[in-house]
Design a protein around this ligand. Structure first.
Ligand SMILES: Nc1nc2c(c(=O)[nH]1)N[C@H]1C(S)=C(S)[C@@H](COP(=O)(O)OP(=O)(O)OC[C@H]3O[C@@H](n4cnc5c(=O)[nH]c(N)nc54)[C@H](O)[C@@H]3O)O[C@H]1N2
Ligand SMILES: Nc1nc2c(c(=O)[nH]1)N[C@H]1C(S)=C(S)[C@@H](COP(=O)(O)OP(=O)(O)OC[C@H]3O[C@@H](n4cnc5c(=O)[nH]c(N)nc54)[C@H](O)[C@@H]3O)O[C@H]1N2
Ligand code: SF4
Ligand SMILES: [Mo]
Length: 875
C-alpha cells in the first residue's frame, strides 16, 4: 500500500459528474498523467467533456493539504487522530449521540462512505450523518421511496437514446452531463424523428437541438405534470391493467391533479397552447423518458415535483421498458454510492430502513454494534442550524465545502467559526470550510485513491490509483477506521484495503432477505481482492442467486408490493417575490466549472469560458443597470456582488447566478450568502433554485484589474474575482470604495518591476501601469472610475509571450494594439477558439465551424453554444 505505481495506462472513472465516464490514465512518471476517454466503458465509449478532458491539468500538488494539522500547526497522524477521537469522546460525554455529527459527500468513494456511515451510526450511535446529497438528490430519493418503496432508478442510459421523446425537466444536460447529452444528440442525428423538450425557466445550452422549450415559471413543475396527468386521464390513456394490478393511490392523485390543472397557465407561466402541445406530444409517444435534475430536486416542493413526473409514467405503464421511464440523473460521481451505503441521516446501510421491522436489529447484529443509532438524525440544513445553536459538540466534514455550498451561507460560516470541535478531511488548503477547522486531515485525491463509484444508471465502476500517495495523505476510510479503533471499535474496522470494505458492504445488501429489496450486491460479497482489482463496470442488482435484469418495474415487482401514485397538490416556492424583492433568483452551474472550483478553477482554459461571476438578467429587467457593470443581487437572506450580463433567453422576472465562486476566488460573489434555507418538507432538500431577488447598482469609486505573476489575496480590493491565466500569471478583476489614486498606488506596490510604463490622469481618475522586467511584461494595473477598462486578454497574452516587441510596448497603456482584435469570449476550451473567430470563419453550421476553426471538434461540449451563436448570426 505504499502507492508506488509503474507508469502504464490505468483504467479509472472521471471524478466529476454522475455520468461516470471511464477514463484511461497514463502517468508521466513526474506526478502528471495523460487522460483519455475509455473506449470500453459503457457510459461514454471513449467520449469526454471539457472538464473531463482537462483532468490531466488538475493533478499538480500546488495548494494540496499534505500533512495533518492540529490547531493550525503540522502534527503527526497519531496526534491528529488522537485529537479527533478525544474531541468526539468529549462531545459524546457532554451531549450524547445527538451532539456529534458527520457531514460527508457524494465525492467520497463507496468504501469511504461505508466506513463513515458505520462509524457515525455504529460507533457514535448517532443518526447525525448527512451528506451534500441532501442538497442534490434527496428529493429524488424521497420520491422513489414514496412511489416504489425503495430508492430505485428504473432505467438505463440507452433508454435516452431509444426514446422517441426525451423530456428534460430542470436539467441543463448539455453543460452538466455533457457526455450523456452528446449520446442523445448522436441518437437524434440518426433518428431525426426523435423529439426533445426542455422545461427550464432559462433558454439553456440544452435547448439547442430541442424541439420545444417551455420557459416555465420557477416552481411550476408540479402543475405542468398535473395538467399532463389530467390530459392523459381525459383521453383514456391509462394502462388499466398495470394500474389495477400494480399500483395504488390513483384516485387521490387524479383528484389532486385535476384541482390544479385548470390553473396551469397561471401557475406555470406558460401559454395554454404550449401546455397542450407538450401534453399531446407526451400522450402520443409511448417511448418517453422524463429526465430530471436540480430544477426539480432543489425546491421546497421537490419531492412532489418528482412524484408528479413519476405519476405520469406509472399511469401509462411507461416504466422499465426500453426507451421509457422516469429518470433522475445524479450529480456527483458517487451520489448513488452514498444512497447505497445509507450515509444520509434518514437511512441505514444497504437500503435498510428503520421503519421496516427487524432491519435495524439485523444490521446491529451483523456489525456487532448494539449502540447502532435508533432513529434518523439531523438533515443538512437543520444540522448546521443546530451547530450554530451550540447543540453539536463535534463535527467531522469530509469531501464537501458547506461554507460555500449550503444556503444561509453567512450563518453557516458563523456556525463553523463557533463550532466547539471541527474536523475537516480535505485534499486542498483552498476550501473555505478548512479555514475553520481545529483538525485538518489530508485525504488522497482523485488519481491516488482506490475504490468504487456508482453512476446514474446503477453501474459500479472502479476508481483506481495511478499516482503515488503525496506527502502524508491517506484514504478517508483509513482515517475513519483509525478513529474508530481509538474509540474501542478496532475489530469492526480492521479492513486491510477497499476490497474488504466493498465485500462487507455487498454482504449488508443481502441482510434484508427474504424481504423484497431491489438493491442487491450479495453476489459480490465474496469477491476476491484480485477480482475487485480487475472488476469491470458492473450494473446492479447482482444477487447471489436468481436472475439479473438491467431495468426495473416493467412488470411491476415493486419493493413496496404496489407502486404508489402520490397526490401532489400545488405549493408555491416558500418565499415569494414582493414589492421589495420583485424578481426571482435562480442558481446553477457553468459548463467548465466543477462546484467550488478547487480543481477546475486552477485550469486557465476552463476559466476562460466565464472568468467572472455573472448575474444574468433578461434585457427588460432592471433596464437602468448597464451590462458589464457590477450589481448587488440581494435577497431577504443576504447578498452577493456580481457582474451583470444580459440574455434574452433568461425568463423575464428571473436572474441566474452561478454557484461556483468562493472566498478563495471572489469573496463578495458567494451567491449562497443570499440563499434562503427553505426546505422540502419530505426530503429536507433546500430550495437552492429560488429566492426573491432585487438588483441594484454596486456603488464603487473605482474599477480596475491587476494582472500579476502570482495569485494575490482576494482582499486586495472590496470586490475581487481571481482567475488563472495561461503561463502561470493571474488575473484579478477589482472594484472598491476608496479614491482611484489610492487604490492604484496600493495595487502597483504588489507588482515586482525593474522598470515601469505609467499613465496617470488624476483629474479623470484614470491610472495605468505596466511593470517590466528584463524587457518582458511582468504585470499590469489599470484603475478607472467606471467599469470600462482596456481589454485584458491581449495584455495577458503579452505576459506569457516573453520579450516585448517595440510596437507592443508602445501600445501597452492603451491596453491593446490599434490593429489588434477586440476581446471575445472563449467558446471552445479544447482548441481555444473565441466567439469572434467562429463568427468570422464564414461557416454556417456546426460541422463547418469545426472544419474551419477546429472549434467543437475536441470534446464537443461547446457544440450547443456554437449552434446558438450561428443561430444568432443568421438572424
Ligand atoms: N459543469 C458542471 N457539471 C456538473 C456539476 C458542476 O458543478 N459543473 N455538478 C454536478 C452536480 S453535483 C449536479 S447535482 C448536476 C446538476 O445538474 P443540473 O440540475 O442540470 O444543473 P443546474 O445548473 O444546477 O440546474 C439545472 C436547471 O434548473 C433550472 N431551474 C431552476 N428552477 C427551476 C424550476 O423551478 N423548474 C425547472 N423545470 N427548472 C428550474 C435552472 O435554470 C437550470 O438551468 O450537475 C453535475 N454536473
Ligand atoms: N446555490 C446553489 N448551491 C448549491 C447548488 C446549486 O445548484 N445552487 N448545488 C448543490 C449541490 S447539487 C451540490 S452536489 C453541492 C456541492 O457542494 P460541495 O460538496 O461543497 O462542493 P465541492 O467543491 O465539490 O466540495 C468537495 C470538496 O471535497 C474535496 N475532495 C475531493 N475529493 C475528496 C476526497 O476524496 N476526500 C476528501 N476528504 N475530500 C475530497 C474537494 O477538494 C472539495 O473541496 O452544492 C450544492 N449547493
Ligand atoms: S460527462 Fe464529463 S464530467 Fe461527466 S463523467 Fe463524463 S467526462 Fe466526467
Ligand atoms: Mo449535486
Amino acid at each position: 500500500m505504499d502507492g508506488s505505481l509503474a507508469p502504464r495506462p490505468v483504467r479509472s472513472t472521471c471524478p466529476y459528474c454522475g455520468v461516470g465516464c471511464g477514463i484511461r490514465a497514463t502517468p508521466d512518471g513526474r506526478g502528471g498523467a495523460t487522460i483519455e476517454g475509455d473506449g470500453e466503458h459503457p457510459a461514454n465509449r471513449g467520449r469526454m467533456c471539457s472538464k473531463g478532458s482537462a483532468l490531466g491539468e488538475t493533478l499538480s500538488l500546488t495548494d494540496r493539504l499534505l500533512h495533518p494539522e492540529v490547531g493550525g500547526k503540522r502534527a503527526s497522524w497519531d496526534a491528529a487522530l488522537d485529537a479527533v477521537a478525544e474531541g468526539f469522546a468529549r462531545a459524546l460525554e457532554r451531549l450524547g449521540p445527538e451532539g456529534v455529527a458527520l457531514y460527508v459527500s457524494g465525492q467520497l468513494l463507496t468504501e469511504d462512505y461505508y466506513a463513515a456511515n458505520k462509524f457515525a451510526k455504529g460507533v457514535l450511535g448517532t443518526g447525525n450523518i448527512d451528506s451534500n446529497s441532501r442538497l442534490c438528490m434527496a428529493s429524488a430519493v424521497a420520491a422513489h421511496r414514496r412511489a416504489f418503496g425503495e430508492d430505485i432508478v428504473p432505467g438505463v442510459y440507452e433508454d435516452l437514446e431509444q426514446a422517441d421523446l426525451l423530456v428534460l425537466v430542470g436539467s441543463n444536460l448539455a453543460w452538466c452531463h455533457p457526455v450523456l447529452f452528446q449520446r442523445v444528440m448522436a441518437a437524434k442525428a440518426t433518428r431525426p424523428a426523435m423529439r426533445i423538450v426542455v422545461i427550464d425557466p432559462r433558454r439553456t445550452a440544452s435547448c439547442e437541438g430541442a424541439d420545444l422549450h417551455l420557459p416555465i415559471a420557477p416552481g411550476g413543475d408540479v402543475t405542468l405534470f398535473a395538467a399532463l396527468l389530467t390530459h392523459l386521464e381525459d383521453r383514456g390513456l391509462g394502462d388499466a391493467r398495470f394500474l389495477a394490478q400494480q399500483t395504488r393511490g390513483l384516485g387521490d392523485a387524479l383528484a389532486a391533479a385535476r384541482q390544479v390543472a385548470a390553473d396551469a397557465p397561471a401557475l406555470t407561466g406558460l401559454p395554454a397552447e404550449d401546455i397542450a402541445r407538450f401534453c399531446a406530444l407526451w400522450a402520443a409517444t409511448p417511448r418517453v423518458v422524463t429526465l430530471w435534475s436540480q430544477g426539480v430536486n432543489q425546491s421546497s416542493a421537490g419531492t412532489d415535483k418528482a412524484n408528479a413526473i413519476i405519476n405520469a409514467h406509472l399511469f401509462t405503464g411507461r416504466i422499465g421498458r426500453p426507451g421509457m421511464g422516469p429518470f433522475s440523473v445524479t450529480g456527483q460521481p458517487n451520489a448513488m454510492g452514498g444512497r447505497e451505503t445509507g450515509a444520509l441521516a434518514n437511512m441505514l446501510a444497504g437500503h435498510l430502513d428503520w421503519e421496516r421491522p427487524g432491519e435495524h436489529a439485523a444490521l446491529a447484529a451483523f456489525w456487532g454494534m448494539p449502540r447502532l443509532a435508533t432513529g434518523p438524525g439531523l438533515k443538512a440544513v437543520d444540522l448546521f442550524r443546530a451547530l450554530g445553536a451550540g447543540r453539536i459538540g463535534a463535527l467531522w466534514v469530509m469531501a464537501t465545502n458547506p461554507a460555500v455550498s449550503l444556503p444561509e451561507g453567512d450563518a453557516v460560516r458563523d456556525a463553523l467559526g463557533g463550532a466547539p470541535f471541527l474536523v475537516v478531511s480535505e485534499v486542498t488548503r483552498r476550501a473555505d470550510t478548512a479555514d475553520f477547522a481545529h483538525v485538518r486531515l489530508p485525504a488522497l485525491g482523485w488519481g491516488e485513491k482506490d475504490g468504487t463509484v456508482t453512476n446514474s444508471e446503477r453501474v459500479i465502476s472502479r476508481q483506481r490509483a495511478f499516482l503515488p500517495w503525496p506527502g502524508e495523505a491517506k484514504p478517508d476510510w483509513w482515517a475513519v477506521a483509525q478513529v474508530a479503533r481509538r474509540l474501542g471499535h478496532g475489530a469492526a474496522f480492521a479492513w486491510d484495503g477497499p476490497a474488504a470494505i466493498f465485500r462487507e458492504h455487498a454482504a449488508v445488501t443481502g441482510l434484508a432477505r427474504p424481504a423484497a429489496r431491489a438493491f442487491d450486491l450479495s453476489g459480490l460479497a465474496d469477491l476476491s481482492d484480485a477480482a475487485y482489482g480487475e472488476m469491470p463496470p458492473t450494473r446492479w442488482p447482482v444477487p447471489a442467486r436468481g436472475p439479473r435484469a438491467d431495468r426495473f418495474f416493467a412488470a411491476g415487482g415493486f419493493p413496496a408490493g404496489r407502486a404508489r401514485l402520490v397526490a401532489t397538490p400545488f405549493r408555491a416556492p416558500e418565499a415569494q417575490p414582493d414589492t421589495a424583492f420583485p424578481l426571482r433568483l435562480l442558481t446553477g452551474r457553468m459548463r467548465d466549472q466543477w462546484h467550488m472550483m478547487t480543481r477546475t478553477g486552477s485550469v486557465p482554459r476552463l476559466m476562460a469560458h466565464a472568468p467572472e461571476p455573472l448575474l444574468t438578467l433578461h434585457p427588460d429587467d432592471a433596464p437602468d443597470l448597464a451590462e458589464g457593470s457590477l450589481v448587488r443581487a440581494e435577497t431577504p437572506a443576504g447578498s452577493a456582488v456580481l457582474r451583470l450580463a444580459r440574455d434574452p433567453g433568461q425568463r423575464r422576472g428571473t436572474g441566474f447566478a452561478p454557484m461556483h465562486w468562493t472566498a478563495q476566488f471572489a469573496p463578495a460573489a458567494r451567491i449562497n450568502a443570499a440563499l434562503i434555507g427553505a426546505t422540502d418538507p419530505v426530503s429536507g432538500q433546500p430550495e437552492l433554485k429560488h429566492a426573491p431577488l432585487r438588483v441594484s447598482a454596486y456603488a464603487a469609486a473605482w474599477h480596475g484589474f491587476l494582472l500579476a505573476p502570482r495569485r494575490c489575496a482576494p482582499d486586495v480590493a472590496a470586490w475581487c474575482a481571481i482567475a488563472p491565466l495561461e503561463g502561470g500569471a493571474w488575473r484579478h478583476e477589482l472594484a472598491g470604495p476608496e479614491a482611484p489614486g489610492e487604490a492604484f498606488a496600493r495595487l502597483r506596490a504588489l507588482l515586482p518591476a525593474e522598470d515601469w510604463a505609467v499613465l496617470e490622469d488624476p483629474v479623470a481618475g484614470v491610472y495605468r501601469a505596466a511593470a517590466l522586467s528584463g524587457g518582458a511584461l511582468t504585470g499590469v494595473v489599470a484603475v478607472a472610475p467606471a467599469a470600462l477598462l482596456p481589454p485584458r486578454d491581449w495584455l495577458a497574452a503579452l505576459m506569457t509571450s516573453g520579450l516585448l516587441a517595440p510596437e507592443d510596448r508602445a501600445a501597452l497603456l492603451v491596453g491593446r494594439r490599434a490593429d489588434g482584435p477586440p476581446p471575445s469570449p472563449m467558446v471552445c476550451a479544447c482548441h481555444g477558439v473565441t466567439a469572434a473567430a467562429i463568427r468570422g470563419c464564414g461557416a454556417r453550421d456546426v460541422a463547418g465551424v469545426g472544419a474551419a476553426t477546429r472549434a467543437g471538434t475536441g470534446c464537443g461540449s461547446c457544440k450547443p453554444e456554437i449552434a446558438a451563436l450561428l443561430a444568432r448570426e443568421l438572424v
